[in-house]
Write a protein that binds this ligand. Structure first.
Ligand code: G16
Length: 539
């Protein structure tokens, strides 16, 4: 039975860098989730004939949210939903299904790398027919709609059993429950040479993959263990759990401690990797060796010609502004068009759709290509394995060779977390106002060559976006400041540091960047304004 529920707006439903992300308990407030979904439906308009892909990363409240979503979609006149079995779909798998079956959009219920559970975070990522998350012009309209909502529509009915693959109906709406993994596997088989990868494992190559008890476990087991023949037990924490087993599913040097402990000893496997909660981020490790995401993008680009899907050439390459300049040097060497966009995968989508780029990546552990319109964690791992299979070299050897050829961008990100939003906003505003006066100033041995906000003019839709503040120095070093757009409360100031060296290739990044860190703290008056003497997280 169709029901119309009266509701009142919430004032805080503005999407950030990757959809709406909130504390789980905030999302569970009466009508909160429903208001947001109805606002998206209202913004889309006529839903007759529309088909959407739906899934999530298995975190707490996923099951309830998906059932509510199904009932609201039916009540709003959606024609069909394609849903991952048990409600599971990784973000890259969802983008693939969305494009493969030419649907009108996709919903992934995930707060990505943020912790799950009732005391953790919950989120909604919404992609449109491009396969990528919606541009700001649309998310602004949705936000306006959330501020005016008075009612939502929902079907009153029993829950749909999502454990069974097959076709179902709710009212006039069709529901197809699909295997969450098989379309994704087929796509990977079309990109990479699976026979070469099988041979690698046959030769005794060993690896560990940490799925953090989130959505990628079933994908990783199917691909690495069942198909490629990696040893059973290669995938750890493979069972998706509502609270991720208490783990923080953020693949970086701070949170992937279990995997780092496995990899940081002389008898470790040859290769280590992890994905985040919804499977779009990746971390790459060798034996006792970490590959920074910026270097990873540069190395993948350098080797594009060994990958079957890219061997005939790639359009170009892009990175987000705070990501290190390593890939820019590779683009120059290969004569590839090169772009720099604001933080947020959605900014790569126009460049892919207009055939300007094939590969792209970000410092925040995301790499991907135009096979879909999201970053893709398992894709990045298969790409690295392909390079290893082709060259017969270790992760460390491949990375050191890269530095030898191109020089090394020492790179780290410092996060100052839990800041009062007004303090953080004021810090950025005042810093922006001071930037013009910085040019020519000398701090320690560093002379400022440029200081300005990062402004991106999209070559396709002609929109203009300002995100982050850049201070560049004469020797090529850079500081980038920006506020995170993925937190669920308060503000996080991110300070990204990069120092390039052509000759010093074997230093400790922290030591190489220490002076620059002190300068970055001084320029932005971080301690005076936030009381923080050091960053909370360094990645
Ligand atoms: C999201 C976006 C990424 C972006 C990241 C940045 O990632 O999809 O493109 O790099 O946020 O986060 P922040 O604004 O906190 O720096 P995800 O994996 O959280 O969806």
């Amino acid at each position: 039975m169709l029901k119309i529920v009266q509701t009142k707006p919430y004032s805080d439903q503005k999407m950030g860098t990757g959809g709406l992300r909130k504390k789980t308990k905030v999302m569970m407030q009466p009508h909160y989730f429903e208001n947001f979904i109805q606002s998206i439906f209202n913004t889309i308009g006529n839903l007759a004939g529309k088909v959407f892909v739906v899934g999530g990363d298995g975190r707490y409240y996923n099951d309830k949210a998906i059932q509510q979503f199904i009932k609201m979609a039916a009540a709003n006149g959606v024609s069909k939903l394609i849903i991952g079995q048990n409600g599971f779909l990784s973000t890259p798998a969802s983008s693939n299904i969305l494009l493969k079956y030419k649907t009108d959009g996709g919903f992934v219920f995930s707060a990505s790398h943020n912790p799950g559970g009732i005391d953790g975070d919950f989120g909604v990522k919404y992609a449109n027919e491009t396969g990528g998350q919606i541009p700001t012009s649309i998310s602004d309209k949705i936000y306006e709609s959330t501020k005016q909502i008075t009612e939502y529509k929902i079907y009153e009915s029993a829950d749909i059993d999502l454990s069974k693959i097959g076709n179902f109906k709710l009212g006039d709406m069709q529901i197809e429950v699909i295997d969450s993994v098989s379309d994704y596997v087929e796509m990977m088989q079309n990109i990479f040479d699976f026979d070469a990868l099988k041979q690698l494992f046959q030769k005794g190559f060993s690896m560990k993959f940490d799925a953090f008890n989130a959505v990628t476990g079933p994908y990783a087991i199917r691909i690495f263990e069942d198909i490629l023949g990696a040893k059973k037990g290669t995938v750890i924490n493979s069972q998706p759990l509502p609270d991720f087993g208490g783990k923080h599913p953020d693949p970086n040097l701070t949170y992937a401690t279990e995997l780092l402990n496995i990899m940081n000893n002389p008898n470790s496997p040859d290769f280590g990797a992890a994905n985040d909660g919804d499977g779009d981020r990746n971390m790459i490790l060798g034996r006792n060796f970490f590959v920074s995401p910026s270097d990873s993008l540069a190395i993948l680009t350098d080797y594009y010609s060994i990958i079957p899907a890219y061997k005939n050439g790639i359009y170009g390459v892009a990175k987000s502004c705070p990501t290190s300049t390593a890939v820019q040097r590779v683009a120059k060497e290969h004569n590839l068009p090169y772009y720099e966009v604001p933080t947020g995968w959605k900014y790569f989508v126009n460049l892919m759709d207009s055939k300007r780029i094939t590969l792209c990546g970000e410092e925040s552990f995301g790499t991907g290509s135009n096979h879909i319109r999201e970053k893709d964690g398992i894709w990045a791992i298969l790409y690295w394995l392909s390079i290893i299979a082709k060259t017969g070299k270790s992760v460390e050897e491949i990375t050191r060779e890269h530095w030898k050829k191109y020089g090394r961008s020492y790179y780290l990100r410092f996060d100052f977390e839990g800041l009062d939003t007004s303090v953080a906003d004021k810090l950025m505003q005042d810093l922006e106002a001071r930037l013009p006066k910085l040019e020519g100033k000398i701090f320690d041995n560093f002379e400022v060559s440029e200081a300005h906000p990062f402004i991106y003019n999209d070559p396709v839709d002609k929109s203009s976006t300002k995100n982050g503040l850049i201070v560049k120095f004469k020797d090529g070093s850079r500081i980038v400041y920006r506020l995170s757009g993925t937190g669920s409360s308060g503000a996080t100031l991110r300070v990204y540091l990069e120092k390039f060296s052509k000759t010093e290739l074997d230093k400790n990044p922290r030591q190489m960047l220490d002076n620059l860190l002190a300068i970055a703290m001084e320029i932005a008056e971080i301690t005076e304004r936030t009381d923080k003497k050091e960053a909370d997280i360094v990645t």
